[in-house]
Design a binder for this molecule. Structure first.
Ligand SMILES: C[S@@+](CC[C@H](N)C(=O)[O-])C[C@H]1O[C@@H](n2cnc3c(N)ncnc32)[C@H](O)[C@@H]1O
Ligand code: SF4
Length: 346
């Protein structure tokens, strides 16, 4: 089983972000962690063991490391010896004390929200840190003993140009990190960017990013490069996972479990979830998209005959068929290929 823990607090709201996070109500942190603990205790009844844990957000580094002690007391009997335990952090929250504290609890992978090393771009994105702070956070994580460090960046913003992206990539390639998540900017409702012309539609940067990162990190999913994050790989392989926390999602027995997104409502009743039952075709469509977007691929036998025929048409030029699984040759084209296989136009 995989475990996702959501920490819905941030110091400020970035212009692009629609994740469940609160910049106010930090006085509710203690009550929140108590509610979280309750839900975790309840959900752990389903788990025999935990292969991976991902503490995401929001910003987990908005909560001092001591808040996580109870969580680790609860999960430690379930953790497999080689369990991957990731915590997300933003550069200013990733203090020496926080990093050492989280490491002492068992966190062995840090994912830093860097977004860019260009100060003008950071401002444009509404980030609360500078490039220098992002760089020193990476080195602090290394000094705290983390061997597994990942950085998130965002591209395809109107402020981007080839030089800016190139410089960001050069810096990433020079850092003591083993993983990069490079996300194309998506415009989400109810964000400051919504309805604004903030995307660069002139030149796509994904090829430059893919090619340059390839020197040090190999691409294993459309947005992910380097040493594979086992937690994300588990999602793409449709492994069951428990999701705890305000706005968290869990998945098992072909059902999705959505915890309440409102902070106060969650604290009041952390066990309340909305359940969505996925049909066989929902599951198939997900497996097709997630599989083609990553090194997981898609099992040929899983596809109905008409889809298999369309997939076979693509073998050679756009897909590889190996050991009974289809793989996209170019992960950036995965969505188009999946749509074609589904029966849409390519
Ligand atoms: C939960 S945040 C990371 C941790 C921390 N909150 C931070 O921002 O430093 C997860 C990542 O999703 C990415 N992200 C969020 N919204 C996005 C959007 N609209 N478009 C592209 N990437 C986005 C960002 O790269 C961000 O670092
Ligand atoms: S990107 Fe991270 S820091 Fe910014 S609002 Fe979203 S969760 Fe918070």
């Amino acid at each position: 089983m995989l475990l996702y823990i959501h920490i819905p607090f941030c110091d400020s709201k970035c212009h692009y972000c629609s994740f469940v996070s609160y910049t106010k109500n930090h006085d509710l942190k203690r009550a929140y962690f108590e509610a979280l603990t309750l839900q975790l205790e309840h959900e752990l009844q389903r788990a025999e063991s935990l292969k991976t844990v991902f503490i995401g957000g929001g910003t987990p580094s908005c909560a001092e490391w001591g808040y996580y002690e109870k969580i680790f007391d609860l999960i430690s009997p379930y953790l497999l010896p080689e369990a991957e335990i990731t915590a997300e952090a933003n550069p200013t929250g990733a203090t020496k004390e926080w990093l050492l504290g989280m490491r002492s609890l068992g966190v062995n992978r840090i994912s830093l929200g860097v977004q860019s090393f260009n100060d003008a771009k950071l401002k444009f994105l509404g980030r609360s840190h500078t490039s220098k702070e992002a760089l020193s956070a990476v080195y602090r994580a290394q000094e705290a003993g983390f061997e597994r460090i990942s950085c998130d960046i965002i591209y395809q913003c109107s402020i981007d140009n080839k030089r800016l992206i190139d410089e960001d990539l050069d810096i990433l390639l020079s850092l003591p990190i083993e993983h990069v998540s490079a996300y194309e900017l998506t415009i989400e409702e109810q964000t400051a960017f919504y309805g604004k012309e903030v995307k660069n539609s002139e030149e796509p940067f994904y090829l430059l990013i893919g090619e340059k990162l390839q020197d040090k990190f190999s691409q294993y999913e459309v947005s992910n490069y380097g040493r594979i994050c086992m937690h994300n790989l588990g999602y793409w392989m449709h492994e069951p996972y428990i999701g705890v926390g305000c706005g968290a999602v869990g998945f098992y027995d072909s059902r999705r479990f959505y915890s309440q997104r409102d902070l106060r409502a969650y604290i009041k009743d952390p066990l309340k979830t909305r359940i969505e039952t996925l049909s066989r075709s929902d599951l198939l469509i997900e497996k097709l998209f997630l599989g083609l977007r990553s090194v997981v691929g898609v099992e040929r036998e899983l596809l109905p005959l008409s889809m298999r025929e369309r997939a076979d048409d693509l073998v050679g030029e756009k897909l590889t068929l190996k050991n009974g699984r289809y793989y996209a040759k170019n992960l950036f084209l995965a969505d188009e290929l999946a749509l074609y296989i589904l029966g849409e136009t390519l």
